[in-house]
Write a new protein. Structure first.
Length: 361
C-alpha cells in the first residue's frame, strides 16, 4: 500500500488531507466509501481522458452505483448554468443525500462540484481529488466553493468543507509546464507570506523540474500552512484567513482588466506579489534586498514580474470594486520580511498608484 501523509483539518467538520505519491491508483485504501449509497464523479474532459477511467473503475469496484458528470475545460465552465446542469444530472440519476460527489480536477472542477455538493438537497458529502498543483496546495482545501457570476470571479458561493482531500502528486507529472508554473505562484505566496523555510527550498531549486519527493514536501507544507489558517478562521470572519490572499488584491484586479486577458491566475498573482512587495518597500517595512530576492525567485520560475500595457487606473478601479473591500477600504496583506506577511493593512491610494504605474510601464 502506498502511504500518504495525513494532515488533520478540523473545522465545522473534520477533513483529513492526505498527500502522497501514487494514491489515486488505490483510492479505496485512502477513503472509506462504505457509508455511501452511490457516487457521482465530476471531472472535465481532459482530466477524464487522463485519470477519469481509472477512478471510475475504482469507484465501480465498490459495487455501488457510479455515474459520471463531465464539464468542459476552462474557467467558463465555472458558472451557474453548469451548476444547473449538475442539479439536473443528479436529479435524473435519483441521487439522494447518501451519495458522495467525487471532484476530480483542478480549481474549476473542485469549486463547481463543491458548490453543487453544498447546495443540492441542502448539502451532500464531497471528496476532493485535486489534479493540479494550484488545486493541491490551495483551492481543494478550506471549503471555498462557488462559481463566477456576471464576469466576477467566485461571486456566488459558500464555505462548505469537503469530507476529505486526497492530493496525489503523481498526477502532477502530466501537468503542462505552464500549469505547473501557475501553481508555483501560489506556493511562492505561502513562502513569502508564511514560511521562510519553504522560500529557501524554492530559492535553492536550480530548475523547474520537481521530483515526486520534492512535490510531496512542497504540497504537504502548503497544506499544513493552509489547514492551520482555515482552522482558526474558517469563514474569513476574523481576518486571519486573509493571509491566504497575499498577492491576490492586485492579482484579482489584473484578472478583471481586459489587457491581461489570456494570462492565468498564477501569472496575475505573481505580478500581485511584486506589487505588494513594492508597496511594502515604499512604506518602509520591507528591505530593497528582499524585493530583489522576490523578483528573482518569481522570474526564475518563468512567471511575470510586471504587466506592461495594462492601465494603472483600470487596476485601481478594479481594486476598489473587489468583493473583499470593506466599507470602501481595501484591506491589504503586506510583507515585512520573507515569511512575514501582515494582514489588515490600509495603504494610501497614491502609494498604490505609484507602484502600479511602475509595473504597467
Ligand atoms: N485561496 C484562499 C482561501 O482559500 O482562503
Amino acid at each position: 500500500m502506498k502511504t500518504g501523509h495525513i494532515i488533520k483539518l478540523e473545522t465545522s467538520r473534520q477533513c483529513p488531507v492526505t498527500v502522497g505519491d501514487g494514491l489515486i491508483e488505490h483510492l479505496e485504501e485512502h477513503f472509506d466509501f462504505s457509508g455511501y449509497s452511490s457516487m457521482v464523479l465530476i471531472t472535465d474532459t481532459i482530466v477524464h481522458r487522463l485519470y477519469g477511467r481509472g477512478v471510475l473503475a475504482t469507484l465501480k469496484a465498490t459495487g455501488k452505483k457510479v455515474s459520471l458528470f463531465t464539464l468542459p475545460t476552462g474557467e467558463r465552465a465555472k458558472s451557474l448554468s453548469t451548476v444547473e446542469r449538475g442539479y439536473k444530472f443528479l436529479l435524473s440519476n435519483n441521487v439522494d443525500r447518501k451519495c458522495l460527489i467525487c471532484a476530480l480536477g483542478g480549481g474549476v472542477v473542485g469549486d463547481t462540484a463543491g458548490f453543487i455538493a453544498a447546495s443540492y438537497l441542502r448539502g451532500i458529502d464531497y471528496l476532493q481529488l485535486p489534479t493540479t498543483l494550484l488545486a493541491q496546495v490551495d483551492s481543494s482545501l478550506g471549503g471555498k466553493v462557488g462559481v463566477n457570476f456576471k464576469g466576477k470571479k467566485n461571486m456566488v458561493g459558500s464555505f462548505y468543507q469537503p469530507t476529505a482531500v486526497i492530493a496525489d502528486v503523481a498526477l502532477l507529472q502530466s501537468l503542462p509546464p505552464a500549469e505547473m508554473r501557475h501553481g508555483l505562484a501560489e506556493v511562492i505566496k505561502y513562502a513569502i507570506a508564511m514560511d521562510e523555510g519553504l522560500y529557501r527550498i524554492l530559492e535553492r531549486k536550480e530548475d523547474n523540474d520537481f521530483s515526486a519527493a520534492e512535490l510531496k514536501d512542497i504540497v504537504r507544507r502548503c497544506c499544513r500552512l493552509k489547514a492551520g489558517i482555515v482552522e482558526i478562521d474558517e469563514t474569513e470572519k476574523t481576518g486571519q484567513r486573509a493571509i491566504l490572499n497575499f498577492g491576490h488584491t492586485v492579482g484579482h484586479a489584473l484578472e478583471a482588466v481586459s489587457r491581461f486577458k489570456g494570462k492565468s491566475h498564477g501569472e496575475a498573482v505573481a505580478v500581485g506579489i511584486i506589487a505588494v512587495a513594492k508597496i511594502s518597500q515604499r512604506l518602509g517595512i520591507l528591505k530593497a534586498d528582499d524585493v530583489e530576492r522576490i523578483k528573482k525567485l518569481i522570474a526564475k520560475f518563468e512567471l511575470p514580474t510586471s504587466c506592461p500595457g495594462v492601465s494603472p487606473d483600470a487596476l485601481i478601479n478594479a481594486i476598489r470594486f473587489d468583493k473583499k473591500t470593506t466599507l470602501g477600504q481595501t484591506r491589504w496583506v503586506l510583507v515585512k520580511g520573507i515569511g512575514k506577511g501582515i494582514t489588515d493593512q490600509t495603504v494610501a491610494e497614491e502609494v498604490v498608484g505609484k507602484v502600479l504605474e511602475e509595473l504597467c510601464r
